[in-house]
Design a binder for this molecule. Structure first.
Ligand code: 87F
Length: 939
């Protein structure tokens, strides 16, 4: 047995707080009634060995930490939660306790307390939480709520914002119930009673949050609503609430966040089959409804052809408008819905529901015939309501939309998990609500979800309510600007390219002028067909690329060989309406890029341009983003159809074992020149057709960089594209005031800035050092400079490196120059690490039997090849590798929308060719090989 005795000194509020925590932990605590400092000594006595250990702690946080050692229930069960608990207590220590200890009531202190309350309010509100950390009350709640109540009492702030009030009251009630000390209870009760809820919350909440379903939904009334009326009549427990109108499940998920992952919205489809009737299908928003298989799953006899029913049918049979459908539609009187014992028939509506709605959630939210309201009810209440009208839904299991596609951050993670990963999902459930503090997914555990976590938490991306479109926040946009800055200088100064801007709209006739060029891409072209309510006479396309927009002008401008070369580049957005699952940065419906378009007098001049552009792309990846790439030629099957030859740089993403095309540069030959009449008089007066090139680099670069370097803490930025390369954080405590830290940190900042380093001194006093470390680590800043009291004494600073965790103390004398060198060192170390990881996954394979097993090992495969022109054999490899892979995985087929097929495709014929011994055979055709080609699964 081990007994723990604490002996220490504390008084006033410190004593109260420590006593509370000690009582919660059942610790035996003795205070000496002297001094106003909180210092504590813990003696651990082992009754058997009689060895005693002494620990000491300073400050409230220290004392609490000591008392809570090993008590995971109160301290939080994960390191991230523990850090968060710690951080709250430290904030209380630094912000509220000084006010309480010295009873400061001047306006300045009142303002500081109000700021602190706002922080709590914001935290609870934005995260839809009722406790500060995790899902259950921890020491953070106990300490913070008592300090808040105490301080409000002292400085006469009696009105708390709404959420903070509810939280504070609840915590104090709970504490009173479990504390044994009567005097303490009385004090707490007094404080709690004095607190009232502010009449108007002073917080300006952002719109989407204001529109959300509150933790305890506010009842909305719509007396004429037949569904709500019916629920009332049947005495089914439910809560209806209003929100912004949402037409799709996607919109609901983004605009109406739910309190936690025990709640779910629904996605509803109303389908019709001529023979079998109508089917109202209600699933969780992330479920994939495959209408082709549904007939089979529902065991419908014969062939089925399930199609979306139109608005007229919806109105007539379900009495609801498109966008407002929900399972409760069927409880309306007179709706011809199939009852429990009825046969499926052509005139009846069968209600089909996702089994997960009943098994995995405590609350289901669905529309009551209007899409600006939702009804929250338990699955049991839903069942009861249906049963009351004689309906028994057909329950089916639905898979997730695409287990490989990263899910939007707002959507509860547990819902996104495919069935096979149930265990992982359960583990994550325990961490719900931690999104603002730490990543929920490990890179090796679930790569797509990890990626989503990183780009959202690092503030690179925000989601948007149009699928495939994302907001690039300043942190990622700055990275793009840094790439632009470098690339612009290179193309303008070294390659003589000029920037230009062409319109984003293109007429149909122009777009379709070069048939080969658009043919395969046509389904992706987005059209503007209306202005206001009227139809446009001639619809216009939004540029998916600008060949057809720019080349008519080239035809006008180019007359003589003296007009050549013409080398133009434009930075622009383009739109390609993809139907595969989107991934931020990698596959989006709108993206940013540069597109270079040049015209030359000779083939060779064009060829040089193609290679120069490709070399710049290699440098963007390798020298700026620290991502190794393999340059090479595309095969005939993979090249840009409108051109003569495509070159590419291919990157590798170890986290998914997939390759990704980094950027391409095309030799267009004279194809476009002939189509658009881009001709010139040569020096002999003869008419010639221009030779052209085009080349493009997109914001995909950023996604690749995140995937290659990010880790389980978040983003890891190579210094050359880091918006901030160094952040300075002062360790403010009672040993170092912000005022004393400021001049020292400012001097460091100025020195670094003078050395050309992008640096920031994070002097925000609302956040403590631990919070700041975490924040800048998640954002991937390459170097953190920490300044504590001892550093100031020693005229030094602690330097912490993001990518490898290295910590070194440097004198501040000459710090700028040292850090400049350190940043270079980081840049090259990150490249070397990524290159080693990539190289370990490129293997040579000379026999087909080893091909798919190597794909399974996440390898890129280099094989002997009969030549880029043999498209049929390329198709054979694609098809056969898919079949063999699916067999290994035990799957029947692939989702047609998947962006991550298991089939291999050619990535490139690398410029750097290994030796090819004479007589080596092609891996597929068995013909004599003419080169090595690189294959892989790719994005
Ligand atoms: C989608 C719709 C319509 C790609 C498209 O790579 C047309 C296209 O032409 C299309 N998707 N492409 C090929 C773009 C070729 C080329 N354009 C200039 C580049 C680099 C920059």
């Amino acid at each position: 047995m081990q007994t723990t005795t604490f002996v220490g000194q504390a008084s006033g509020i410190d004593a109260t707080l420590i006593q509370i925590v000690a009582q919660l932990t059942n610790a035996d605590l003795t205070f000496k009634e002297e001094g106003n400092k909180c210092s504590l000594v813990q003696t651990v006595k082992h009754s058997f060995t009689d060895v005693s250990q002494e620990f000491s702690a300073v400050g409230l946080s220290g004392a609490v930490r000591l008392l809570l050692k090993g008590n995971s229930a109160l301290l939080g069960s994960t390191p991230a939660q523990q850090a968060a608990v710690d951080s709250w207590i430290e904030s209380v220590d630094q912000t509220l306790l000084p006010v309480l200890r010295q009873e400061k009531t001047e306006p300045l202190f009142v303002a500081a307390v109000e700021d602190f309350l706002m922080e709590i309010e914001k935290h609870l509100f934005q995260n839809h939480k009722t406790v500060l950390v995790g899902d259950v009350a921890t020491a953070a709640d106990a300490v913070t709520a008592v300090a808040v109540a105490g301080v409000c009492h002292t400085v006469q702030v009696k009105e708390l914002p709404q959420q903070a009030h509810r939280w504070c009251k609840t915590v104090l009630d709970k504490l009173q119930a479990c504390l044994s000390d009567e005097a303490l209870k009385v004090t707490l009760r007094g404080w709690a009673d004095a607190l009232t809820e502010g009449t108007a919350s002073p917080l300006e909440m952002p719109l989407p949050v204001a529109a959300s379903a509150p933790a305890t939904p506010v009842v909305a009334v719509d007396e004429n609503n037949t569904v709500l009326k019916k629920l009332m009549d049947m005495a089914i427990e439910h809560t209806a609430y209003s929100h912004d109108s949402c037409n799709t499940a996607e919109e609901l998920v983004s605009k109406v966040p739910l309190p936690d992952r025990t709640h779910t919205h629904t996605k509803n489809l109303f389908l019709r089959d001529k023979k079998h009737g109508l089917f109202l299908v209600t699933v969780r928003p992330t479920a994939n409804v495959n209408t082709k298989n549904l007939g089979h799953d529902l065991k419908l006899a014969g062939k089925t052809n399930l199609r979306m029913a139109d608005a007229a049918v919806l109105d007539e049979l379900l009495r609801v408008k498109p966008g407002s459908v929900g399972p409760l539609c069927v409880i309306q009187d007179g709706v011809n819905v199939k009852k429990a014992n009825d046969e499926v028939s052509a005139d009846k509506i069968t209600l089909v529901m996702d089994k997960a709605l009943f098994d995995n959630y405590s609350f289901v939210h669905s529309h009551p015939l209007r899409n600006d309201m939702s009804v929250q009810m338990t699955p049991q209440a839903m069942k009861d309501a249906l049963q009351n009208v004689g309906v028994e839904p057909v329950l089916l299991e639905f898979a997730e939309v695409d287990p490989n596609a990263p899910a939007p951050s707002k959507e509860p993670k547990a819902q996104q998990e495919p069935k096979a990963k149930k265990e992982v999902a359960d583990k994550k459930t325990a961490k719900k609500g931690e999104t603002l503090l730490a990543l929920q997914w490990k890179k090796t555990e679930n790569f797509p979800n990890w990626y989503t976590d990183v780009i959202v938490l690092s503030e690179m991306i925000s989601y948007y309510d149009i699928s495939g479109c994302y907001i690039l926040r300043p942190w990622s946009y700055k990275m793009w600007e840094l790439i632009q800055l470098w690339f612009n200088e290179r193309i303008q100064e070294d390659l003589g390219v000029e920037n230009t801007y062409f319109p984003m709209f293109v007429s149909k006739s122009r777009l379709e002028k070069e048939k080969d060029h658009v043919e395969g891409f046509a389904p992706e072209v987005a059209w503007v067909t209306k202005s206001g309510d009227g139809d446009l006479e001639n619809p216009i396309a939004i540029r998916p690329t600008s060949e057809t927009i720019m080349y008519p002008a080239y035809s006008d401008w180019i007359r003589s060989h003296r007009d050549l070369p013409l080398k133009l580049n434009q930075w622009a957005n383009v739109v390609r309406w993809e139907f595969k699952y989107p991934t931020p940065f990698l596959r989006t419906r709108e993206f940013l890029w540069q597109e270079g378009h040049t015209a030359h007098a000779t083939f060779e001049d064009a060829e040089k341009m193609v290679m120069d552009a490709l070399e710049l792309y290699r440098q963007v990846y390798e020298d700026l983003l620290a991502v190794p790439v393999i340059p090479g030629y595309k095969t005939e099957a993979e090249k840009f159809a409108g051109g003569y030859r495509t070159t590419t740089v291919e990157a590798y993403i170890a986290g998914s074992g997939r390759a990704i095309q980094g950027a391409t540069s095309h030799h267009l030959g004279q194809n476009f020149g002939k189509m658009f009449d881009i001709t010139f008089q040569d020096d002999k007066g003869e008419t010639q057709t221009a030779w052209q090139t085009s080349w493009g680099l997109t914001t995909r670069t950023l996604g690749v960089m995140v995937m290659v370097h990010g880790d389980d803490t978040g983003l890891v930025l190579p210094p050359r594209v880091a918006p901030l390369q160094v952040v300075i954080v002062a360790i403010i405590s009672k040993h170092l005031s912000a005022a004393d830290a400021a001049p020292y940190c400012e001097a460091i900042r100025a020195d670094l800035k003078a050395c050309g380093i992008r640096v920031k001194y994070d002097d925000r006093d609302l956040y403590n050092p631990g919070w700041k470390y975490n924040h800048w680590e998640q954002k991937g800043v390459p170097i953190r400079v920490e300044v504590g009291p001892r550093d100031i004494e020693n005229k030094s600073a602690r330097v912490v490196v993001r990518h490898n965790g290295e910590k070194v103390d440097f004198p501040i004398e000459g710090l700028g120059a040292r850090l400049k060198a350190k940043l270079d060192e980081i840049q090259s170390a990150m490249f070397i690490k990524a290159k080693e990881a990539r190289d370990a996954h490129v293997v040579k394979v000379t026999e087909w039997k080893d091909f798919v097993p190597n794909l399974e090992k996440h390898n890129l495969v280099l094989t002997p090849w009969c030549g880029g022109e043999h498209q049929d054999w390329e198709d054979w490899v694609k098809k056969t590798s898919r079949e063999e892979s699916l067999k290994t995985l035990g799957q029947d087929g692939e989702d047609e929308k998947t962006a991550t097929s298991v089939a291999a495709k050619t990535l490139c014929i690398p410029f750097n060719q290994p030796e090819l011994p004479e007589g080596t055979m092609c891996i597929a055709s068995g013909k004599v090989a003419t080169c090595w080609v690189l294959w892989g699964r790719s994005y």
